[in-house]
Design a protein. Sequence first.
Length: 163
Amino acid sequence: MGDNEINWRPDHFILQTRRRRTRFDFSTTKLIDYREQWAELEADHNLFSTVVMMHLRTLETTSDRRARKEYKFSLIKRLYEQGRDRQDIINFYGLINWLMTLSKELQSEFNQQVTQYEEEMKMPYITSIEISGEQRGELKGKQDLILQMLNYRFIDLVKLNPL
């Protein structure tokens, strides 16, 4: 579980209908429990360890976006240092941008940091074109969502103003 509540540990779920009651029992793993195993996460080259580290740092940097940017960069750098292939890094880049959100200014600084690092390492995996395309894709997705909401509530705006 990815929440930040240390004491919330559900172990069952009950589904109740008028005639039937079903109980589902399960064990729970909480990502925040891995805070105590940070050194092990850092030493592990499994990509999931990096995802857990990313999640924990996201929770820890909620009110300090500059620290988040620096840690975000260190996670991308970690992937390069582990020798990950291009597709792993590109996929992780999308995930890290989705989870570890930054202001427009800090995201721009982060993108420049990644580009500079890639140039120094002679590993241009995430090009400025891909970054720009990702940003345009996010904008297009937001536009589509707004049009869907307006269309649902009012009239068929897509037919009136196709993009």
